[in-house]
Write a new protein. Sequence first.
Length: 112
Amino acid sequence: MFAIAEVGSKQYKVIKDEILCIPRVSKKSAKGKSASGGKEISLNRVLLIVDGKDVKIGAPYIKGAKVVCEILADIKGPKRIAFKFRRRKSSQKKTGHRELLSRVRVKDIAKG
């Protein structure tokens, strides 16, 4: 059994007990620390559920379906570098960033 769930603007194929990295979903506490560590979240934007030969397709989402996940940790993604160079102008600019991610474990897929 697997499902396709939308988180942010990305779609993920999720299978029970799978660990995946999604855009950060937890909020920071007042002291600046992330409020994760064992919290459960539910992803309500489920586009497709496949259970053997039974296939449910949403238009665009399946009503009542959800994917229950447990937050394991808040992490940063790999460093991305954008380098702009203009020839003969002695002009160059180097910027970069790291995306904030949450590592989650899929606990259950509810058909709804």
